[in-house]
Every structure is written in structure tokens, then in C-alpha cells.
Design a protein around this ligand. Structure first.
Ligand code: PLP
Length: 394
């Protein structure tokens, strides 16, 4: 008899051979400068866009909530009741998003799984951008709907697929990241919404990397595109610019009431912890009261993109096939020819004191270095990154 678990070691071996194997590194703190195994590094691998994860006001709010409500929400909100904080947080999200209501989940991933599976089923069609986040793709699979992917941000392709397929299904749901998490570009939302109207489709946008980052008041990509108030389902996370943990859905009062009754990943799981809820609530107040953080973030994003474009001639000369991907966000990526090369560059950057994300298949179709800037990076720190990149040896 064979060992039924032997395949796991073989699978790991295959991952190692393809340079796809990954492991976690322990970081001792948060912010633009971090410590990893005693080494100080400039941090270009964090989603803490506004620097709020280390803000003492969030910490104080979390501590106060633990003292008042304890460390756990102690059960499903429907069965065990919720804390007043949960409702206050939901009202604050709805107010930021200018929607009738909102619902918080334990994570953005669970918000996507639960919402998509509640909105469509086996009689329905999902049209999904090919570069959508894993949580959107797995939510689509979980729903049992027919799934068709359209080419990345290609509205002509989407229209053609709607024209040929929409008629055959009951409901149709369009799924898209608003800021694409591994590319940094934006979904052309106004065109997508026009197509949704024409073909009677629901739209779900994932604002994970846009909330607190884009839009005049920090409401996200929907606000950036002047689509506030349109009929759509907005999903997001409390764990990126908002510096906490958890996810949310924002939309009409009917949608939220329906999800409270039908979203399994909300009903059958423990409510968001009091500490996370309080930290997120404080973060939303800061996003609204301190627009200068968003302005500094925008300035840093522009500076990194411009510096990379200027330095790229030199970088590309060293590494054939290095290409800067289009971005309109704090996420800026350099596509690299293969997994082995991107690992090599990542290692050299680390030696030069730079912490950046090395992203490989199957997370993305092509290997890349992914840099994210924060509002509290200095211009000097961004210049240090560029210098390090131009000094990489092939
Ligand atoms: C990070 C992310 C999520 C998941 O959010 P969590 O709260 O971390 O689970 C969902 N969608 C996108 C596009 C993301 O980048």
C-alpha cells in the first residue's frame, strides 16, 4: 500500500523546480522602513498605502474596543448579536461610499465569495476580467454560474461576449477589480456600466486597492470615475489603506438586507472582532479628515512611475524583457521575462536594502516585481529604490 500523502512532497518538488515555491518572511514592524532578520529594508511591498496600520490613533481605538467589548465577537451576528461598533462601522462605510447601506465581513476575500455566490446561481452568467483577483474567481466558481472571462479591460471583447451569450441566461453579473491588484491599472468603469445597462447586468467592483486611495474623498475608483450613486455592488477590504482587517460590501439597502439573509460567508462565521472594527472606523474618519495623506500618496505614485520610466532604459539594458506595466495607482510593476530572473532581481534588491514583492505564476500570468508606495515614503527613499534597480547585475 502506498502512502496517500506522498503526492504532497512530489507536488512541492515540482513547485521548487519551476521556481514557483514561496515561503513567508518574518517582519518585525510596519511602515516605510522595516526590519527583516536584523536587516533594515525600505518597504515597497506593503498595502498600507496611507501608513495607517502604524497610526497610534488606530491602536488606541482598538485597545479601547477590547477593554469595552472583549477580544471576540463571540459568534455569528445573527445568532449572538453584534456590538454597536459593527453598525457604526457599516454606517461610516455607507457614508464614505455614498450608498444606502453596507455590511462588514471577516475579510475582503470572504465578502467576495459570499456576495457572488448569493447573487447568481446555475441559471446565470458571470463575465469576469481575466486578471481579476483570486477571490472574485473563486467566488464565481462557488456560485455555480456559467463563467466566461473577457480579455483584460477589453470592453469590445466584453460587449461581443454579452451580445452572443447574455440572452441564454436568467441573471448576468459583471465582475471586475477596480484597481487591478497585480498590475496597478484601472477598470474602465463608465464603459462597463454602460454595457451593464444595455444588457441588463449587475456589476460587482472590487475596490480593495482603491478605497482610501482614489477619488476626491477617498471613496475609491467609483468616485474617481464620477460613478457615485450608480447601481452597483461595491466590495472592498478594511486591510489595505484602512490599516485594519475585514471586508465590506456597500450598495442598496435591499442588497445588504438580502446578503444578511443569504451570504453564507457572513451568516455562518463569527463577526469581525471589536478591535478590527474600531481600528477601521477610526481609519475611515482619518481618510475623510486628512486628504493630504491621499495627495502625498498620489505624488509618490507619480514620482515612482516617472523615475522608473526614466531609469528603465538602464535596467532594460541589463535584463532583456524588463517592461514597466501601465499603472494609475500606487501599484507599479516591472514585468520580467521569467520566474528565475525575477527571483534573482528580488534577491539583489534585498541585498541593496529594498523589500519588494516578487510575483510569479500562478498568481499572475507573467513574472514581475511589484512595488507599492505609501503616503509616508520620502522622495529620497523612492530614489534609493531606483538607484538599487539600476545597479542590478544580470
Ligand atoms: C487583497 C484583496 C482582496 C482580499 O482582501 P482581504 O481583506 O485581504 O481578504 C480582495 N480583492 C482584491 C482585489 C484584493 O487585492
Amino acid at each position: 500500500m502506498g502512502n496517500p500523502y506522498d503526492w504532497i512532497a512530489r507536488s512541492l518538488d515540482t513547485l521548487h523546480k519551476a521556481h514557483w515555491h514561496r515561503a513567508v518572511q518574518a517582519i518585525d514592524n510596519t511602515g516605510p522602513v522595516i526590519t527583516l532578520a536584523g536587516q533594515q529594508l525600505l518597504n515597497f511591498a506593503s498595502n498600507d498605502y496611507l501608513g495607517l496600520a502604524g497610526d497610534p490613533r488606530l491602536a488606541a481605538a482598538a485597545i479601547a474596543a477590547v477593554k469595552t467589548y472583549g477580544t471576540s465577537s463571540t459568534g455569528s451576528r445573527l445568532l449572538s448579536g453584534h456590538r454597536p461598533l459593527h453598525q457604526t462601522l457599516e454606517h461610516a462605510i455607507a457614508q464614505l461610499k455614498q450608498t444606502e447601506d453596507a455590511l462588514v465581513f471577516s475579510s475582503g476575500y470572504l465578502a467576495n465569495l459570499g456576495t457572488i455566490a448569493a447573487l447568481v446561481g446555475s441559471k446565470d452568467l458571470i463575465l469576469s476580467d481575466q486578471y481579476n483577483h483570486s477571490s472574485l474567481r473563486n467566488g464565481a466558481t462557488l456560485s455555480g454560474a456559467t463563467i466566461t472571462e473577457y480579455r483584460h479591460c477589453d470592453m469590445a471583447d466584453l460587449k461581443q461576449k454579452l451580445a452572443t451569450q447574455r440572452d441564454r441566461y436568467r441573471r448576468c453579473l459583471l465582475l471586475t477589480d477596480s484597481v487591478f491588484s497585480m498590475d496597478g491599472d484601472l477598470c474602465p468603469l463608465p464603459t462597463l456600466l454602460a454595457l451593464a445597462e444595455q444588457y441588463e447586468c449587475m456589476v460587482l467592483v472590487d475596490e480593495a486597492h482603491a478605497t482610501g486611495v482614489l477619488g476626491k474623498t477617498g471613496a475609491g475608483c467609483v468616485e474617481h470615475w464620477h460613478c457615485t450613486g450608480r447601481s452597483l455592488v461595491q466590495i472592498g477590504t478594511l486591510s489595505k489603506a484602512l490599516g485594519s482587517l475585514g471586508g465590506y460590501v456597500a450598495g442598496s439597502a435591499a442588497l445588504i438586507d438580502y446578503l444578511r439573509n443569504r451570504a453564507a460567508t457572513w451568516i455562518y462565521t463569527t463577526g469581525l472582532s471589536p478591535a478590527d472594527a474600531a481600528a477601521a472606523l477610526t481609519a475611515i474618519a482619518i481618510v475623510q479628515a486628512e486628504p493630504e495623506r491621499r495627495q502625498r500618496l498620489q505624488k509618490n505614485s507619480d514620482y515612482l512611475r516617472q523615475q522608473l520610466a526614466d531609469g528603465l532604459g538602464h535596467i532594460a539594458a541589463q535584463h532583456i524583457g524588463v517592461k514597466q506595466l501601465p499603472s494609475c495607482s500606487p501599484i507599479v510593476c516591472l514585468q520580467v521575462q521569467d520566474a528565475a530572473t525575477v527571483l534573482h532581481i528580488g534577491k539583489q534588491l534585498k541585498q541593496a536594502g529594498i523589500f519588494a514583492a516578487v510575483v510569479r505564476p500562478p498568481t499572475v500570468p507573467t513574472s514581475r516585481l511589484r512595488f507599492t508606495v505609501m503616503a509616508n515614503h520620502t522622495s529620497k527613499q523612492i530614489e534609493t529604490l531606483i538607484t538599487a534597480l539600476t545597479q542590478i547585475e544580470g
